[in-house]
Design a protein around this ligand. Structure first.
Ligand SMILES: [Zn+2]
Length: 254
């Protein structure tokens, strides 16, 4: 058993691109309310059933240069992109978190990736993904150090209340909804993973990235579209991920 555990990283790296394929499926089907089953995949153009050799993550796409084997229709670059991203998350997790804890990091990273993908396209953060992250964070905390559990539970409550208060204040001032309850549940999950000490840093990172993203969007992509709703989830997810891996940002004198 010890020998197998020593090579856990090999399994993580092998699993990652397959998880990526699954995340692509979840990101596409969950917002549409469709069942996420392991149904046989078909070409969206000619409906040909894809064989196992067409479904090897990353490699199949590269070998066939992103086209269907039957009809030659070009398949979306999103498929290999999410598989590569999932692999990247596994490598990053192994590089930063020690030992078997890398699996917890990778699972967290994969969940944040799929949340960011869904929020970017649909402006929602599904409860099916945000809510389970709360007990998962508390369980990881408990396995590492049960004494820290109250701090992380306080983080979950504090993260939720922070966004709810922000939402209330924004509604009073601007008369419209500024931040969603999905963001509140995501920040609650973040509090469960990184404890209340990490929350201010996450909000700081998310706000800075959102501002940068907004400036870049307006400058390069779609000028004058100031009414566009900005998904905040991807930025919160980035702050959550960095704080989990590298610890809370220290504010004030060292
Ligand atoms: Zn086809």
């Amino acid at each position: 058993m010890a020998e197998v555990l020593a090579y856990h990283w090999v399994f993580l790296l092998l699993a990652a691109p397959c998880v990526g394929s699954f995340l692509g499926l979840v990101a596409k089907r969950l917002p549409e309310g469709r069942a996420i089953a392991w149904a046989r995949s078909r070409c969206p153009h000619c409906d040909a059933v894809l064989a196992w050799r067409d479904l090897i993550p990353i490699l199949s796409w590269a070998v066939q240069r992103g086209a269907c084997r039957t009809c030659g229709h070009r398949l979306s670059w999103r498929y290999p992109a999410v598989e590569i991203a999932a692999l990247g998350i596994a490598v990053w997790s192994l590089a930063v978190t020690p030992g078997i804890l890398a699996w917890a990091s990778a699972v967290l990273g994969w969940n944040l990736l799929v949340l960011a993908m869904i929020d970017l396209r649909h402006l929602i953060l599904p409860d099916e993904i945000t809510l389970p992250l709360i007990p998962a964070g508390l369980a990881v905390t408990w396995s590492l150090n049960p004494d820290l559990l109250p701090h992380h539970a306080a983080g979950a409550v504090g993260g939720f209340l922070f966004v709810v208060l922000l939402r209330w204040a924004y509604g009073r001032i601007r008369g419209r909804e500024g931040i969603g309850l999905g963001d509140a549940k995501l920040l609650a999950a973040a509090g469960a993973w990184v404890s209340w000490q990490g929350l201010s840093g996450i909000v700081l990172i998310a706000a800075a990235l959102a501002l940068a993203g907004h400036v870049i969007w307006n400058a390069l992509i779609q000028p004058r579209d100031l009414t566009r709703e900005i998904p905040f989830g991807p930025y919160l997810a980035a702050g959550f991920w960095l704080t989990w891996l590298y610890g809370p940002i220290a504010i004030g004198p060292p």
